[in-house]
Design a protein around this ligand. Structure first.
Ligand code: AMP
Length: 195
């Protein structure tokens, strides 16, 4: 198995991963990371179950692609639940230690929206969200998705099972047609293939 350095990640990130005891990439990381680093603007589909290391598989390449000089949301990650969106944000916050000035924000339903509106007023480059709450925030003009250049759908099949299809379509319509889509799913039913 390759090392993270051999997959093409930058030295400061690899050093940080070593501190976090991420030494050996998992199979999905070994397959996805080189492709996503080489072609961050291309669409990508990853078939992966929970617990396989998929968060780092998309999280590490997306952090490498962030332009710190730009202070708008460049990457949007959608996840089905509050727990998963918080987990993704926590993992990204650990990884991003090597990139000073990079800010993430996480928003989800079932929590006070006013705090989330306040958090979004800061400079945020990576937003993690559940679909329903994100649309609510967009409608309140607390979030502008106009400059998102990468949309990640995590556990896409689970989002459809939970009835988020219309919300996802609506979010896709509000992002640039040229933005890249990285889709991760444990299964590939026809509705996912359509997306
Ligand atoms: P995930 O499938 O992304 O939810 O990851 C499952 C767990 O494995 C998380 O606690 C990660 O922090 C951990 N993990 C993922 N990849 C690695 C790796 N290459 N080395 C060590 N731990 C990892």
């Amino acid at each position: 198995m390759n090392s993270f350095k051999e997959l093409g990640l930058s030295t400061p990130l690899v050093d940080n991963l070593t501190t976090l005891e991420f030494i050996k990439p998992t199979p999905i990381q070994a397959k996805a990371i080189p492709q996503l680093l080489a072609n961050p603007d291309a669409d990508f589909i990853g078939l992966a179950q929970t617990g396989t290391g998929k968060t780092a598989a998309f999280g590490l390449p997306l952090l490498e692609s962030i332009d710190l000089d730009k202070d708008y949301i460049q990457v949007l990650i959608l996840a089905p639940t509050r727990e998963l969106s918080q987990q993704i944000a926590a993992q990204l916050d650990e990884f991003k230690d090597y990139k000073k000035g990079l800010n993430t924000c996480v928003v989800f339903g079932g929590a006070a929206i006013s705090n989330q509106i306040r958090a979004l007023k800061r400079r945020v480059q990576v937003l993690v969200a559940t679909p329903g709450r994100l649309l609510d925030l967009v409608k309140r003009k607390a979030v502008d998705l106009g400059q998102v250049r990468l949309l990640v759908l995590d556990e896409a099949d689970e989002m459809l099972n939970m009835g988020f299809k219309e919300d996802i379509d609506s979010i896709l319509q509000r992002t640039h047609t040229e933005s890249a889509l990285w889709l991760f799913s444990a299964t590939m039913p026809p509705d996912i293939q359509k997306i």
